[in-house]
Design a protein around this ligand. Structure first.
Ligand code: ATP
Length: 273
């Protein structure tokens, strides 16, 4: 099966922090595929390059090398005008549910915004579509009147997902989509994402620090360390029955895969979270 997203030798560099310091190599020749209906998790210690990879896939940052092929089109060579026709199909969902919404925009306008920006707003069908999108993410359409601060974190993240769905995407880049949420509401949002994937055949690039959650939610896992993808494996192979899986040593990332967790500081914790 042809991959929906095919990334080859992706390289992202940032300028050095001072005029004399060397550039930061944030992503070093990363290669991976994501198919329709599939979730590929991107895991690794803090600072290893996950968000930079996501930003390059979203074309929020032009890569410094490599290819990002989406739906058969090579994105890195497209100019901004050509990219505009592709952007709706690749949508982000970010970690901070409040930060990704404008504080003064009622929920219904936040969800309608992509339709307006893409010239697809219709005064009759538009409000109906917004209500339908809110129902799709299991929110009462009457919440559309509210401002983001009048919603819970979980409700706000559902609005973020509804807003992404308004563009009729084929790939969602989920950058730690539940890590800012109360543990009691995480499962609801993840179940929603899984149902949407099944119904709509969405592909997910899922950035996450929580390995038990990755094992539960993803199909495959790409392990990043120091800007490189060091291994890609089935999510079920991260570890089995809570017992460490015997694997060839791979340095820090292998420790992470064995022990089942990552700390924000980048050092693995001593056991499954
Ligand atoms: N705008 C920037 N300018 C300079 N360096 C940056 C910039 N953004 C990220 N970096 C550096 O690039 C490297 C990769 O950062 P990135 O945010 O992609 O990692 P990450 O794996 O997503 O980390 P985290 O899990 O903490 O979010 C880090 O060394 C980081 O300091």
């Amino acid at each position: 099966m042809n991959a929906l997203l095919s990334v080859r030798n992706l390289t992202v560099r940032y300028p050095g922090h001072t005029r004399t310091s060397a550039p930061v190599l944030a992503v070093d020749r990363a290669s991976f595929d994501v198919s329709a209906g599939e979730t590929l998790a991107l895991i690794g210690p803090s600072g290893c390059g996950k968000s930079s990879t996501a930003a390059a896939v979203l074309m929020l940052r032009r890569p410094d090398g490599g290819e990002v092929r989406f739906g058969g089109r090579e994105l890195t060579t497209l100019d901004e005008k050509a990219l505009r026709s592709v952007r709706p199909a690749v949508q982000p969902v970010f970690q901070d549910p409040y930060g990704s919404l404008s504080p003064r925009l009622p929920v219904r306008d936040a969800v309608a915004e992509p339709l307006r920006v893409q010239g697809r707003w219709d005064p009759v069908a538009g409000p109906r579509r917004v209500a339908e999108l809110l129902e799709t993410v299991r929110l009462d359409p009457r919440l559309g009147e509210r401002l983001p601060h009048e919603l819970s974190g979980g409700q706000c993240q559902r609005v973020g997902i509804a807003r992404a769905l308004a563009s009729e995407p084929r790939l969602l880049v989920l950058d730690e989509p539940v890590s800012a949420l109360d543990p009691s509401v995480r499962a609801g949002v993840l179940n929603l994402l899984r149902d949407l994937q099944e119904r709509l055949g969405l592909a997910y690039l899922f950035i996450c620090h929580d390995l038990p959650l990755v094992r539960h939610f993803a199909h495959r896992v790409a392990v990043m360390d120091s800007a490189r993808i060091v291994e890609t494996l089935p999510a079920g192979a991260l570890y089995t029955s809570g017992r460490p899986l015997e694997r060839e040593p791979l340095g820090r990332s292998a420790d992470v895969a064995r022990t089942g967790s990552l700390s924000r500081a980048g050092s693995p914790r001593s056991g499954p979270a």
